[in-house]
Design a protein around this ligand. Sequence first.
Ligand code: NAD
Length: 486
Amino acid sequence: MEAMKETVEESLREMRDTFASGRTRSLKWRKRQIAAIYEMVKDNEDKLCSVLFQDLGKHSTEAFRDELGHVLRSATVAINCLDKWAVPKQSNLPLLFFPAKGKVISEPYGTVLVLSSWNFPISLSLDPLIGAIAAGNTVLLKSSELSPNASAFLAKTIPAYLDNKAIKVIEGGPDVATILLQHQWDKIFFTGSPKIGRIIMAAAAQHLTPVTLELGGKCPTIVDYPTISKNIKSVVKRITGGKWGSCSGQACISVDYVLIEKSFASSLIDMLKPLIRSFFGDNPKESGCLSRIVSKQHVQRLSRLLNDPRVQASIVYGGSIDEENLYVEPTILLDPPLDSEIMNEEIFGPILPIITVRDIQDSIGIIKSKAKPLAIYAFTNDENLKTRILSETSSGSVTFNDVMIQYMCDALPFGGVGESGIGRYHGKYSFDCFSHEKAIMEGSLAMDLEARYPPWNSFKLSFIRLAFSEAYFKLLLLMLGLKRST
Ligand SMILES: NC(=O)c1ccc[n+]([C@@H]2O[C@H](COP(=O)([O-])OP(=O)(O)OC[C@H]3O[C@@H](n4cnc5c(N)ncnc54)[C@H](O)[C@@H]3O)[C@@H](O)[C@H]2O)c1
């Protein structure tokens, strides 16, 4: 670890020197680095698919949709939009400040630390990197130890494509993260669990470093069956895709559990079962389309959640586990107890609890009884229910009649609230996430208002009162002596 400490110190020194040199502020440099990320992904598509298969058993199509394609798009958007994003924004100042002018300029924070997660080890590393570079920072990326092949790829390949005096990768687990967190950074961007998010925030607080925490939680999915019954086939497909189709449910925005009125639950289950078979075959383990659980520890965690006898009794489909092959069968639970661990911990795996309610409106109470989720999904055409969800619950996002696509849509901010995170990124929001918005005021010495300065009197007090309320006509009258001071 002594050697690692030295590596970190040396890396930080070099990145700070590079930032101080001003090189990373040039838009040309930023675009060149982002273009290099694009080329790196393009040149290494097969290799990347292979490492994602080795680490997570991800099918190459899923890998392209969720990781490579996402990064390529993100890089293209950043290159195409950077000039526009970086333009200082003129502010329309109130007349009160005439003749001063105002604007906001986005300046890079400086040297940024990105700590990423293993479930989308390529996109969750490269997407924040694109944002940090677009904003003009130098960056150190620590990839996750739980996806070692993806991590090794990033550590080996990034220096071959990018300016390695400005952008660095360090591999390692909590011990390395701990060393990194002992240093002062200008911004920390973390993707991971709320538990470790707290450790990151506490370390950042020592230096008052701003943080973005992209965390997780339980994402509920309301199925308001009567209002969407005409399209129920699409609804079931979307739920199946949103639970099992992306890293086998190991995604922060996966469908965690479904809420549905009791009388419709069996119809939903009857449709989910054949659809799981049609997506993943009669033997999903061999289908090649279902990602593996990342580690034995995570299989054991899922096994523990299922082993509660009350949860066991709720299994209506699946339930088998093969720890050796890191496989958990797609599993459906019907009404596991709300106080069970599985209904209080983020599942992060291929298990879908279906919770029945007497009236679909009761879903809102259940959602509100838990921490603020990263996403709420609701299949409904009832405008009243939509309004209630929007106004009575709080979450990183709400998606009606679909799941997970909000992540792909870079015109929308992506991030959590409360237990599910702090801050947001994607598209222009990534640029903002890694920029400090600096307020610029260009004053004028052409005129001076004596009312700003002591000695104080009732005229000056009246002047200030009227100025704050922008009562310009009354101000004029006061200055002309046509209005009395109050
Ligand atoms: N919001 C998002 O975009 C998003 C995306 C993916 C995953 N997640 C969330 O991440 C969680 C799963 O990912 P995970 O298992 O990698 O999370 P994690 O919190 O265990 O680890 C995340 C990162 O923190 C580091 N870390 C672990 N222990 C640490 C410690 N004691 N001190 C400092 N750093 C430490 C890890 O090395 C890794 O780089 C889930 O909660 C999931 O919802 C969120």
